[in-house]
Design a binder for this molecule. Structure first.
Ligand SMILES: Cc1ncc(COP(=O)(O)O)c(C=O)c1O
Length: 392
């Protein structure tokens, strides 16, 4: 066999792929592991979405290639969603680009914008695809320090001038994975001004914008004045509509950036199955806000249940107003990776170690809310018993 490309030397395996393999091996040996590590919704999309997939899959005229830019109807549905939800007008053909899930677009945006010697600005705790995409493009990561005290907001003014000269992308994500941090529109106003001033593309990754609690309503970066000149936002149906496995999202915003992204992705993929675009259009056009609120209420109750137990299992966390996660600090000082390994062995509960989200995640674990209530309760009971016996 030939040796794999040198680019793989700098590209670690995707952390969840590695963890998943370990859990498959434990399951093979008969161990029942409860997975609170993975951020995948456990509930179905609205019934009308499934009906639309079914009805459209039976049509004769949907089985060919749908086109590199998806279908006009899906682009219009995305534009309609932005109009209704954020008051943002998007041109469906120039300012909306459908994606095979937002992760695809995130990595391809890096390939579209970054060369050797270029820099992407990535928070020190963030979704791994921002740094992985940068590495895949052969470019450099400049880690922007974020922490609990600063609300997990990067201090853009602290970036050195020589870094800014080479920086081409700034990644922001609120409601945030993994920290659950949320922002108001003012943060995007400042980020847009900063990026416009320094000729940087603001990449706002916003898959949790409709997964929020306690009355908090998350903004879009495109609501900030002037955003369209320097911003691309990634939207996704994965979490908003419980459609993670359907792989459907879109990049929206600056048309020039979307063209560059299309130039890359049209060489990789040939669009989605048309019936999926049709069902996605139904999801965006017809899902009542009540459905989203009721789903979020289920997550909120899970969040509250877990928050109550944290002190009994050696963890502490701020209560998140958005996202699918609780970002909890390990109080025994031994770090998140150590805690996760021990919890997996001792309680057969899998949590995500904070260090997979970047260099400042060492002291933390991420707990997902995407698991049914009975399994969450069982996981909490197991963790309590394990901690009482070994840790507390
Ligand atoms: C912050 C963030 N961005 C992007 C994604 C990718 O979502 P999608 O399913 O649309 O590819 C995820 C998935 O967990 C995420 O947490």
């Amino acid at each position: 066999m030939p040796t794999p490309a040198a680019r793989l030397n700098n590209l670690p395996a995707y952390p969840f792929a590695v963890l998943g393999q370990r859990i498959i091996e434990m399951a093979r040996q008969g161990t029942d592991v409860i997975r609170l590590d993975i951020g995948s919704p456990d509930m179905p999309p609205p019934p009308a979405v499934i009906d639309a997939l079914d009805a459209n899959a039976h049509r004769d005229d949907v089985h060919g290639y749908a086109g590199y830019k998806g279908t006009p109807r899906f682009r219009q549905a995305v534009a309609g969603y932005y109009r209704r939800r954020f008051g943002v007008e998007l041109h469906p053909d120039r300012e909306v680009l459908p994606l095979l899930g937002s992760k695809e677009g995130i990595v391809n945006l890096a390939l579209a914008y970054l060369d050797h010697g270029d820099i992407a600005l990535v928070p020190t705790i963030s979704y791994p695809a921002y740094s992985m995409g940068t590495l895949m493009a052969g470019a450099e990561i400049y880690w922007l320090p974020v922490n609990a005290a600063g609300g997990y907001l990067p201090d853009l003014e602290s970036i050195p001038a020589d870094v800014l000269r080479r920086a081409k992308l700034l990644w922001l994500n609120y409601p945030n994975n993994p920290t659950g941090a949320t922002v108001d529109l003012d943060v995007y106003h400042r980020a847009v001004d900063f990026c416009a001033q320094h000729d940087i593309l603001l990449a706002s990754d916003n898959p949790y914008v409709d997964v929020t609690f306690d009355g908090y309503v998350a903004p879009s970066a495109l609501q900030a004045e002037g955003a369209r000149t320097c911003t691309v936002e990634f939207m996704s149906l994965s979490k908003s509509h419980n459609m993670a496995g359907w792989r459907l999202g879109a990049a929206v915003g600056n048309g020039e950036a979307l063209n560059s992204l299309l130039q890359v992705k049209s060489n990789f993929d040939s669009g989605h199955f048309q019936a999926v675009y049709e069902a996605g259009s139904v999801a965006l056009d017809d899902t009542p806000r009540d459905w989203i609120d009721a789903r979020n209420d289920i997550y909120r109750l899970r969040r509250d249940r877990i928050m109550t137990v944290l002190p009994q299992i050696g963890l502490e966390a701020a209560c998140p107003k958005g996202s699918l996660y609780i970002w909890a600090r390990v109080t025994d000082g031994q770090g998140g990776a150590n805690y996760c390994a021990r919890a997996l062995d001792g309680a057969h509960v899998s949590l995500a170690p904070g260090n997979i989200y970047g260099p400042d995640g060492d002291d933390y674990v991420r707990i997902s809310l995407g698991m049914g209530d009975a399994r969450i309760d069982e996981a909490l009971e197991r963790l309590k018993a394990w901690w009482a016996e070994t840790g507390g």
